[in-house]
Structure formats: C-alpha cells, structure tokens
Design a protein around this ligand. Sequence first.
Ligand SMILES: C[S@@+](CC[C@H](N)C(=O)[O-])C[C@H]1O[C@@H](n2cnc3c(N)ncnc32)[C@H](O)[C@@H]1O
Length: 279
Amino acid sequence: MENKNIEIKKNITDLFNKVSAVFDSSGPRIFAYFGERLVQLAGVVEGEKVLDVASGKGASLFLAAEKVCANGKVIGIDIAEGMVNETNLQIQKRAIKNTKVVVMDAENLDFNSGNFDHILCGFGVFFFPNYKIAFNEFMRVLKNGGRFSFTTFLRKEDEKFMWLDDLVQKYLPEFEDELDEYQEEDSPEFHTEEGLYKILKGAGFKNIQVISEEKDFIYKDEQEWWDKLWTHGYIKVLEMIPEDRMEDFKTEVFGKLREIKEPEGIVATMSVLYAFGDK
Ligand SMILES: C[S@@+](CC[C@H](N)C(=O)[O-])C[C@H]1O[C@@H](n2cnc3c(N)ncnc32)[C@H](O)[C@@H]1O
C-alpha cells in the first residue's frame, strides 16, 4: 500500500510538472474562475494567515493574497516543483510581498499546529492517495475556529460531451483497463454532496456546508477547445493514444465539436462542489 501510494504520488507529480508551463492557459480560465470563487465563499479577510494546499498556478492564491492585505500571509504548497516554480515567478513579477509557495506533500505538512485561519484546496483533495492523513494534517495546522474550504468536480457529465469517452475508448481499446484505473483512482465520495458531508464529518470538522455550482465556459472554436485539453490532467488520457492515431482522433473530435457548436462558440458546462468545515 505504502509503495502503491508513493507510485501514485510520483505519477501525479510527473503529470503536473509536465503541464505546469501551460496549466489553465488557452481558452476560458476555468481553474482561475473556481479558485477565486473559493476564496470569496471561504470568507478570507484582512490580516489572516492562509494555507493554499495544492496551489498549482495560484488560482486561489493570488486573490487570497489580495484579501489578507499586507498584514496577512498566504503560503501555497504543491507536490509538483514545476507548479511551485511557475507560481513563485509570478509572485516575484507582481512584487507580492506577503506570499510564497513551497514544494510540500499535503499528507505531510511541515508547519506547527494551530497555525492557520484558513486552508484552501482547489481541485486537489481527490489526488491524495491517503486523504484521511491529509485531512488530519489540515485539522492539526488550523487554529481553533479556523476553516477548511475546498472544491471538487461534481460527478455529473456534461451530456453534450458524452461522445468523448467513447471516442477515446475507440482509439485505445487495448488500454481500457488502464483508462478505467485512471478514472476510478480517487474516492467517488469526493464527487457527491452527501459524500463530502460524510468525509468532513468523519475528519471531525464542524459547521459543514456543501454547495454546488454549474457554470458555462465558452471556447471560441474547435482549436481552442482542443488546446485546452492538453493543459490539465486530461493530458494523461491523451498521451495513451498512439502517436500514429492522434491525427485521426483529432479529426473525429473536431467533427463532434462542430456538431455541438453554437453561434457564440463551444459551450461547456462544468459542475463543481464547494465544501466548507470549521475546526
Ligand atoms: C488540478 S490542479 C489544481 C491547482 C489549483 N489549486 C487550481 O485550482 O488551479 C491539482 C494540483 O494538486 C497538486 N497535488 C496533487 N497531489 C498533491 C499532494 N499530495 N500534495 C500537494 N499538492 C498536490 C498538483 O501538483 C496540482 O498542482
């Protein structure tokens, strides 16, 4: 189990190092939108000390840094060095003084107990192979009365895009098991409202609240939608498709996209959950 978890974390680290330069770039900035909403809903205010777990390219971090002002502090942690370097570069470029990002595993936090007013985690919890250890750690480093706020994807497919899985399956039938393993790696409880209540309650959090949101994102054309697909975790699926079949796969994807294209562009609906719990 221990070895399996080390391997899972290594794969995740490699994956996010690979996409770190382009993460959430091209097309609508989906992670930035939900990351900023998370900060607003969490209620981060001036003077607070915030830990942004799995901070990525700073989808929540930069707004949190603004909200806490010069007398507050934001620390981001991420397991992927590439993400950390990219975000620290942005912090330097923007001359932000109250924020830094370090490489750290969410399941092993190098902070004293009772340290933070808020912990944020945008679309990260389902990557932790032993999330219970991570949630214990969050509980430990939060101050009494501190709040943990995070997002996950709601397990609800956008019906307009149902064809994508079938198409992927068609191009890599021999990798079917691998694909199933990839899709079922994390706990299904992370993707329902009831599941999130249960997880937070089990970890000892109080005043639990879970809310869902559906949001449309518009891609101007097929190319923009395709480019976006290569800027996040989905790259793992794309890379399973043999190189010599990629052009045909792309042609079929573009054909499907043309069928669902609307006058304003390709509209994709994302369904997410925001979860909150207090120590
Ligand atoms: C989908 S990205 C989300 C990034 C950012 N929070 C956002 O909303 O845009 C997931 C991030 O989780 C990080 N991650 C995965 N497992 C982690 C772990 N065990 N500890 C810390 N970060 C982790 C990845 O490196 C990646 O940057």
